[in-house]
Structures are given as structure tokens and as C-alpha cells.
Design a binder for this molecule. Structure first.
Ligand SMILES: [Zn+2]
Ligand SMILES: [Zn+2]
Length: 142
């Protein structure tokens, strides 16, 4: 049995459960995350889609797709953000804040070229995305 971690939206109408450990964890500094979340930086955890389940309130889950690469999911009752599905990778970005029981150990910053909140923590800073995820793979200074 793999370990499960529970999460919920701001009001509790939607509950989710993730199984096992994330494939990756880090911070995103892109303008899309900023605009949607209203926060300067987004802390993300990427899980295989099959390891993420909505356990309560599936009818309350709203979806917004500005592009086909990101299916943003939120609670219709409170507007709280839950996660974003990336079909091109088969990975679900469950926001770290949605699953507070998951130990957050970030390894990388992505889209750092767009940052408005530089974070000098010594972690690698990618200009956009790693090359294996379709980005330039270039690093930028902190
Ligand atoms: Zn809610
Ligand atoms: Zn982003």
C-alpha cells in the first residue's frame, strides 16, 4: 500500500487524495500561474494522473482551459484552486498548498525568466522548462 495524502479546496466542498510521492516538486514563476493564482510564485507538485483522485464534490469541480496544455481545476463553490492537468505529460500539478500534508521539497524553479519575486535559495533556475518537458533547458542566474 502506498501512502495517501488528503487535500481540499478552501471551503472543503471538494476533497482529493494523492497516492505515493510526486514525480517532481518546485516553483513556477510564469505569468500565467501568477495571473490565475493571484500569487507571485506558484509551488507545484507533479503527480501521475492516475495517482490523483477526487474523493468528494466532483460536481463542484470547475475546469478552465485557456490552452489545451493546461486544464485548470477549481472549486465552483469557493473559487479555491485545486490542481492543473497537463495532458501532454499525463501529469497533474497539484498545488502544494492544496495538499499541506505532503512534505514539500522543491528541486527547481521554472520560468524564472518571468519572475517578479527572485528567490535566492541555491536551487537551479530554469529560464523556462527542462528540455525533456519541451522547454529550452537553459538556466538563468538567481
Ligand atoms: Zn471550495
Ligand atoms: Zn506557471
Amino acid at each position: 500500500m502506498s501512502e495517501t495524502t488528503k487535500g481540499a479546496c478552501f471551503c472543503g466542498a471538494v476533497e482529493i487524495e494523492v497516492t505515493g510521492n510526486p514525480e517532481a516538486m518546485g516553483y513556477c514563476h510564469c505569468s500565467s500561474c501568477r495571473s490565475w493564482s493571484a500569487g507571485p510564485v506558484n509551488a507545484w507538485t507533479l503527480f501521475k494522473n492516475e495517482n490523483v483522485k477526487i474523493t468528494k464534490g466532483i460536481n463542484q469541480v470547475g475546469h478552465f482551459k485557456k490552452t489545451e496544455q493546461s486544464d485548470r481545476q477549481f472549486c465552483r463553490a469557493c473559487g479555491g484552486h485545486l490542481m492543473t492537468y497537463h495532458p501532454q505529460w499525463g501529469l497533474m500539478d497539484v498545488y502544494a498548498a492544496t495538499i499541506p500534508g505532503q512534505t514539500f521539497t522543491p528541486a527547481v524553479h521554472v520560468f524564472y525568466a518571468e519572475t517578479v519575486l527572485p528567490m535566492k535559495d541555491g536551487l537551479p533556475k530554469m529560464k523556462d522548462l527542462p528540455s525533456e518537458m519541451g522547454g529550452s533547458g537553459e538556466s538563468v542566474p538567481e
